[in-house]
Write a protein that binds this ligand. Structure first.
Ligand code: ZN
Length: 430
């Protein structure tokens, strides 16, 4: 039995919360029996749910494993993550998605939901065994070729039709491949100056426009990964006004960082889609506030040192995200007055859980609900350092920056995965 003393559910008044048998057993005042954790007036949130995480296992265990990635997730306040399919081998069969799901359970730091590939080998040629992955023990509901776009319109239509049978969703990495051949950074005045091949906004927007029309035609659920441009926001606004069942995510880095960081030529800032202009950043913040963009997803993309510490053109795309997501959202959305804590809980826990059809997560903070919980001190100042990263990789773009907010504790079904700001070491949980 654990008592979280003096915590503020969704930023409201301070209360004590008793956790017993994996659920919230009591919410009140003056509770002090059992193992007492002083919440110090910090915000209590439902455990965060990430719809977009790269855990790199199987295949690139030098960059991340399910165990190290879920430890980073816990450190960031997450209790469930969706593991993207671009592993080696690709998660395009029931066997691989079950392997990833089981590794998550063995590690015990966060519930791991495997994302299945849409096409065999992410090659965009023929559909993977979507039904078999859905029926497997992993119970896949989210399918994505992330890293690649499902660019063939007929294949995209078939995928949308197929997943309707089991209430699945296609998560599209919207990137028209011909428009982005060799692209290195946001196409704008700077890309010309720096001599890096430009990545036009229309490459993202053209695919989103096509896919919302396909989703409407088929009557299926579509999710757009990592929206980065103001034009994408306008298309989503139009699609939602028409009642099309599309949801969308934005990453923490697209809420904060801009394309001018490329002037450093430091590949730590090289990411897909690229960091955009100040105007785009303002647009995606506003869209997240309005609910045109539904959720924040990290696109946590760990890379081994040799894949990032090289010249820009040769470096891999991607940056870490799990441990810094909540501080960055605090910085860009809460401290700016765009979102309150109840809305943050919505966009980082309840709605992603609903899109991914994840049971037991993103629930209200009420008696009888599973104790998947996060305690976050929004005022703590943090000079981010690469050595703070719990991930196996170190490619954080925030090193040296001051962010506000620290995760003090995370509980997965009533068991602490983080306490006093540190990951709790434990034997395999189940
Ligand atoms: Zn992607």
């Amino acid at each position: 039995m654990t008592v979280l003393r003096n915590v503020r559910p969704l930023g409201g008044d301070a209360v004590d919360v008793r956790i017993a048998d994996g659920v919230i057993a009591e919410i009140g005042g003056g509770l002090d029996d059992g193992d007492v954790v002083d919440g110090a007036g910090a915000v209590l949130l439902p455990g965060l749910v990430d719809l977009h995480t790269h855990l790199r296992e199987p295949g690139r265990e030098d960059a991340e494993t399910v165990a190290t990635g879920t430890r980073a997730a816990a450190a960031g306040g997450f209790t469930a993550v969706h593991a993207m399919a671009n592993t080696d081998p690709v998660a395009d069969t029931a066997g691989v998605v079950e392997q990833v799901w089981r590794l998550g359970m063995q590690a015990g730091y966060a519930d791991v939901r495997a994302v299945g590939a849409v096409t065999v080998g992410l090659a965009g040629q023929r559909l993977a065994e979507l039904g078999a992955m859905a029926d497997s023990a992993a119970g896949v509901r989210v399918f994505s070729d992330d890293g690649h776009c499902v660019s063939d319109a007929l294949l995209m239509r078939r995928a949308l039709e197929y997943v309707k049978a089991f209430d699945g969703v296609i998560a599209q990495h919207a990137q028209e491949p011909r428009l982005t051949e060799g692209a290195q950074m946001h196409e704008g005045p700077l890309s010309g100056e720096l001599g890096l091949r430009g990545w036009p906004a229309v490459a993202e927007e053209a695919i989103i426009a096509r896919d919302v029309l396909l989703a409407e035609h088929v009557g299926s659920r579509l999710h757009i990964c990592h929206v980065s441009t103001s034009g994408s926001v306008e298309i989503l606004r139009w699609a939602k006004s028409r009642g099309i069942t599309v949801t969308a995510e934005v990453t923490p880095h697209h809420l904060l960082l801009t394309d001018d960081l490329a002037t450093t030529y430091d590949p730590i800032y090289k990411v897909n889609p690229p960091l955009r202009s100040r105007t785009d950043v303002e647009a995606v913040r506003q869209a997240l506030a309005e609910g045109i963009i539904d959720i924040v997803a990290t696109d946590h993309a760990p890379h081994a040192m040799e894949d990032k510490e090289c010249e820009w053109a040769a470096a891999s795309f991607g940056m870490l995200g799990l441990q810094t997501a909540l501080p960055v959202v605090n910085e860009t959305m809460v401290r700016t007055g765009l979102l309150d804590w109840a809305e943050v809980a919505d966009r980082m826990s309840s709605v992603p859980a609903r899109i991914g059809r994840v049971a037991g997560h993103g629930r209200p903070i009420e008696v009888g609900e599973p104790a998947n919980l996060t305690v976050f001190d929004p005022d703590a100042e943090w000079v981010v350092s690469a050595s703070d990263m719990v991930s196996r990789s170190r490619n954080t773009p925030y090193a040296g920056m001051v962010l506000h907010g620290k995760v003090l504790g995370t509980w997965l079904r009533g068991r602490p995965t983080v306490r006093d700001g540190s990951v709790v070491e434990h034997e395999a949980a189940r």
